[in-house]
Design a protein around this ligand. Structure first.
Ligand SMILES: O=C(O)CCC(=O)C(=O)O
Length: 338
């Protein structure tokens, strides 16, 4: 829970939000579609349970993530992210809410990006979000790469299952997002996150993660049991109302990204969220799912009419994402200079 000192005139005390919960193992698809649709119309956030990834394996991924962050900063900096957005992002590397973080310098979190593994000599590696990953040496973190690769693959299957329910909720064929140019050849990025115990102070622009909406189709978020994630259903409201999203053991918190908001002509919402630090270490794992680089994101046929024309021009996924990353991350050349 946020404490009084963490509020300013533009926002009120937070309350706990009540998200719908989609059971991916349920045979009642109509019920799942209806729950998901209600969540997407309301705030674009929901829980997903019985998704097929075992708790034992989730625990292993979190344990491996913690081992990485326990390394000395000198070791972590050897794995600094590259221009393909692979590798380590130090504290303050990312500024998710530049407007409100003017007084601070960035997000008080460190991260590690792992994307789709494409060998350097593969022509596909020319694309902005494809290429080889950056991996810690196996003698330093044995089994780390294998664990993360396995998680990447399993999380993609969960994302595809969620995307089928989303497609039905948008009156599309269940397989709409399975096409080769969509999740057949996705840009899917796993990001391990660590909030190192900095207490947030919104009035001074200090956040674990500043307010933002995600860029892509959907994000699957796994968290430990430390609270911190908050959503704001109406970012234009004055004062803004921030609601805590409590962790739910074994569940993914799923949220819709801006690309899906564009695709659906704003029928489905991509909601602003942030992370408030309360002094405790917090670990989370975000899995950002986007279609292929070439995919043209243009208003879905089921989301437009004569009286409701498309609100956005079509955009290529790769170009759109490149711009969003550029807007929110430090220029890597600044690390080389220092
Ligand atoms: O760590 C969290 O709970 C949220 C992370 C997040 O919002 C992001 O990385 O986009």
């Amino acid at each position: 829970m946020m404490d009084n000192s963490n509020t300013n005139s533009a926002e009120t005390l937070s309350s706990i939000t009540n998200l719908n919960c989609i059971d991916l193992s349920s045979s009642d698809i109509h019920h799942s579609v209806s729950l998901l649709k209600q969540a997407c119309l309301d705030c674009g956030f929901f829980y997903v349970i019985n998704h097929g990834i075992s708790q034992e394996f989730m625990d292993e991924v979190f344990a491996q993530s913690k081992k990485f962050y326990d390394l000395p900063i000198s070791e972590k900096m050897k794995l600094l992210r590259n221009e393909k957005h692979r590798g380590y992002t130090p504290i303050l590397d990312e500024v998710l809410d530049p407007e409100n973080q003017i007084k601070a310098v960035g997000d008080y979190k460190e991260g590690y990006y792992i994307g789709v593994e494409v060998p350097e000599d593969d022509p596909e590696a020319e694309k902005p979000f494809y290429g080889p990953n950056v991996w810690p040496a196996s003698d330093i973190l044995p089994g780390w790469r294998e664990t993360m690769e396995k998680y990447h693959a399993q999380a993609l299957e969960v994302a595809k299952s969620v995307a089928r329910v989303i497609a039905l909720a948008l009156d599309l064929d269940a397989e709409f997002f399975d096409k080769p140019e969509m999740l057949g050849k996705p840009i899917a990025t796993l990001r391990l996150l660590h909030y190192e115990g900095q207490i947030s102070d919104p009035s001074n622009g200090i956040f674990g993660a500043g307010a933002h909406s995600d860029y892509g189709l959907i994000t699957l978020l796994a968290t430990d049991d430390v609270v911190g994630l908050q959503i704001c259903k109406d970012k234009d409201a004055q004062p803004q109302i921030w609601e805590d999203v409590p962790p739910l053991k074994g569940a993914f918190i799923v949220n819709l990204g801006d690309m899906l908001e564009r695709w659906s002509n704003c029928v489905f919402k991509s909601t602003v969220h942030r992370v408030i630090g309360n002094g405790q270490h917090r670990y989370s794992i975000a899995y950002f799912v986007e279609p292929s680089h070439e995919c043209l994101v243009e208003c879905l046929p089921t989301c437009k009419s004569d009286t409701n024309p498309p609100k956005f021009p079509p955009v290529r996924c790769g170009a759109y994402l490149s711009q969003r990353y550029k807007d929110t991350h430090a220029d890597i050349s600044t690390y080389k200079k220092s």
